[in-house]
Design a protein around this ligand. Structure first.
Ligand SMILES: Nc1ncnc2c1ncn2[C@@H]1O[C@H](COP(=O)(O)OP(=O)(O)OP(=O)(O)O)[C@@H](O)[C@H]1O
Ligand SMILES: [Mg+2]
Length: 256
């Protein structure tokens, strides 16, 4: 079983390399560059080195899966790339902007239009309906007609045209994740970061969400970096990177 998987993984890698050579895709610009990212949490006896000198380059339009055991630093890496937290050392450049040197008060502004987030637990506001949730990123001007139109279009895009006025509690898990995806798209980000986007969903609903992310990648050229334990995401990703004890590699952990 394991041998078969290894062969399948190698086959995929070769096919991918051939495809890149044939299409000259390696010419795509680097949209995310992480250099020597190190993150240390706590101190003394609680000190944890969550990331160790991680280097990662992601090209525009890539669809990348990040895998690795629990505690290996996946969420930490995503948080650093998304400028939700600062690395202890190293730098991150998103779309030409070195986010690690942007002052705290300007980070929110910087993320707008560059980064969209999708989480395992959706983080929707329970008292707001789907449309209002999608409009969250453009608060406090969500009454604006143009924004409202865009939010409606996005909900239609994710297949929720008929659920716009439903609150999260009146939606299925998959539908809630679709709302969260529409919200992530609201400010038209170049890069979408997802942390276990199918983690709370059943097999079929998870597959629908994966398909949706691929569609957004193909049709809108969105770059996806997805932290996941979901084999199907890894198998369908353009590239898989592996984290182990805070270190990144291209080689599956079981083959090291
Ligand atoms: N805020 C924090 N303070 C202290 N230690 C932390 C903090 N966040 C994470 N850690 C530690 O850093 C390491 C990496 O955590 P991280 O959440 O990045 O792992 P992960 O790969 O996302 O795991 P999982 O698959 O379980 O989500 C873990 O050992 C964790 O205990
Ligand atoms: Mg995590």
């Amino acid at each position: 079983m394991e041998g078969q998987e290894t062969i399948a993984a190698l086959k995929r890698k070769v096919e991918e390399l051939e495809r890149r050579l044939a299409t000259g895709e390696d010419q795509r610009e680097n949209i995310v560059v992480a250099q020597k990212l190190t993150k240390v949490y706590g101190r003394g006896t609680t000190r944890v080195v969550a990331l160790k000198e991680v280097d990662l380059r992601v090209r525009k339009g890539e669809f990348i899966a990040v895998q690795g055991p629990s505690g290996s630093g996946k969420t930490t890496l995503l948080n650093m790339i998304g400028a939700l937290d600062r690395p202890t050392e190293g730098k991150v450049v998103i779309d030409g902007v070195e986010t690690t040197s942007v002052p705290e008060r300007r980070l929110y502004q910087m993320r707008r239009g560059k980064l969209g987030f999708i989480f395992q637990t959706y983080y929707l506001v329970p008292t707001l309906n789907a449309l209002q949730n999608v409009l969250m990123p453009v608060l406090p001007v969500r009454g604006n007609k143009r924004y409202k139109k865009r939010a409606m279009r996005l909900l239609e895009l994710v297949g929720l045209k008929d659920r716009m006025h439903h609150k999260p509690g009146e939606l299925s898990g998959g539908e809630q994740q679709r709302v969260a995806i529409a919200r992530a798209l609201m400010l038209n980000p170049t890069v979408i970061l997802a942390d276990e986007p199918t983690g709370n969903l059943d097999t079929r609903t998870g597959a629908e969400i994966i398909e949706l992310m691929h569609r957004l990648n193909k049709e809108q050229g969105k770059t996806f970096i997805i932290v996941t334990h979901d084999r199907r995401i890894a198998e369908s990703a353009e590239r898989v990177v592996y984290l182990m004890d805070g270190k990144l590699s291209d080689i599956p952990i079981e083959e090291q």
